[in-house]
Design a binder for this molecule. Structure first.
Ligand SMILES: C[S@@+](CC[C@H](N)C(=O)[O-])C[C@H]1O[C@@H](n2cnc3c(N)ncnc32)[C@H](O)[C@@H]1O
Length: 368
């Protein structure tokens, strides 16, 4: 047994360190909300690639009120997000600009470094706060739909670059038999469980021009979002998305590949969903699950990623998973041991962790 010790501090040091940390955390929270404002109102898009804009320029270009814009620009410069020229000039004469590196993170929606959706998801995760507090008191849940557009779109936009640029180009090619089948005739069929905004369906269909993809999701607005993304991608002939509960045993079909990306831990009945997936894959199909790379065991004072997972878990993933009862109440931090237990209960007899190297996700192949 290993015991992790934090450094021994006096009560005063411990108090002062923690008070400082809380102060810094509040600054981080304000940055997240300010980034959300900049994203929603098109401020970063308007600033990117310009040599600098005044408050007047930015207000005109974005159809917003100059006084608010000035305050936001000053906050962004004070927090070193934006650069400012002639900062000693009066507020209305200063020119603010967004550096190319920060523009990639804040504006370039195709970049793997695009992180504005993270801010949007954090904002979305606190939207149903009253319902959330109630759920903590009474053990109920909060439906995905109650988190609204920011959580839904933040989630979809966050994973979009990976699904369009890595899923079919790097990840699936590493699973050689699956990659071969997806390229072969007769055209393979793929089921994408909990497909959200549909970017994984689109990524697979783009990379494998023969396959047909059926996405399934329980959230009506996500299904509509996926359908509109699929139409815009011109894939309506080969990709469809339906409103279905993955844990419902009536979900039937025959698929060469069944995938579930970042959703198993959100499903109230993950064993039921895995059982459905096992049925959809039949004897010859493959089941691949991508979920958070949680540590193998609980760790106090954990690394950043684990803290991020717990952040989303306390606000969103656990309450969403508890919206339907009875619930396995998994939460974001689904450790490999939990995954193995669910898979075994669903009837699989092999759980392989695929050697796909990703800092955020772990990939499981289930068989048997
Ligand atoms: C975190 S989102 C992930 C969406 C998408 N796979 C992605 O990676 O962006 C989880 C998704 O699982 C869906 N979901 C949760 N429970 C489900 C169920 N029982 N059946 C089908 N979809 C479900 C939610 O509606 C949501 O769209």
């Amino acid at each position: 047994m290993s015991i992790l010790h934090q450094p021994i501090l006096s009560i005063d040091q411990d108090r002062d360190n923690f008070a400082s940390r809380l102060f810094e955390d509040a600054l981080g929270a304000f940055n997240i909300f300010s980034i959300h404002i900049g994203h929603q109102l098109g401020f970063y898009r308007a600033l990117a690639g310009t040599g600098g804009l005044t408050t007047h320029d930015l207000a005109i270009r974005t159809g917003t009120h100059e006084r608010y814009v000035r305050e936001w620009l000053e906050q962004q410069a004070a927090t070193c997000i934006l650069d400012v020229e002639n900062h000693t000039n009066s507020g209305t004469e200063r020119r603010y600009s967004l550096s190319p590196g920060k523009a990639e993170v804040l504006v370039d929606q195709d970049s793997l470094n695009y992180l504005t959706p993270l801010a949007q998801s954090v904002v979305g995760s606190i939207k149903p706060m009253d319902a959330l507090l109630q759920a903590y008191r009474n053990g109920g849940g909060v439906r995905f739909s109650e988190y609204g557009v920011d959580l839904r779109e933040g989630q979809a936009s966050m994973n979009r670059p990976m699904f369009l640029q890595q899923l079919g180009q790097e990840w699936l090619p590493q699973v050689s038999d699956v990659h071969t089948r997806l390229q072969a005739d007769p055209p393979a069929r793929v089921a994408d469980i909990g497909c959200g905004g549909g970017w994984s369906c689109i990524g697979i269909a783009n990379s494998y021009p023969r396959v047909r993809v059926d996405g399934y999701d329980l959230d009506e607005a996500s299904v509509e979002l996926a359908q509109s993304n699929i139409q815009a991608a011109g894939l309506g002939e080969r990709v469809s998305v339906s409103l279905r509960d993955a844990s419902n045993p009536e979900l039937k079909g025959h698929y060469d590949l069944v995938v579930a990306f970042e959703c198993l831990h959100d499903i109230s009945d993950p064993v039921g969903a895995l059982r459905t997936m096992r049925g959809l894959a039949g004897e010859h199909g493959t089941v691949i699950i991508m979920d958070e790379r949680a540590l193998e065991e609980f760790q106090p004072c954990a690394e950043s990623l684990e803290k991020l997972f717990y952040g989303f878990s306390i606000l969103h993933c656990l309450p969403v998973g508890m919206a339907d009862q009875p619930s396995a109440a998994t939460g974001t931090v689904m450790r490999p041991g939990t995954m193995e237990r669910y898979a075994t209960e669903a009837g699989f007899n092999r759980v392989e962790i695929l050697p796909i190297d990703h800092f955020f996700f772990r990939f499981y192949r289930l068989a048997g």
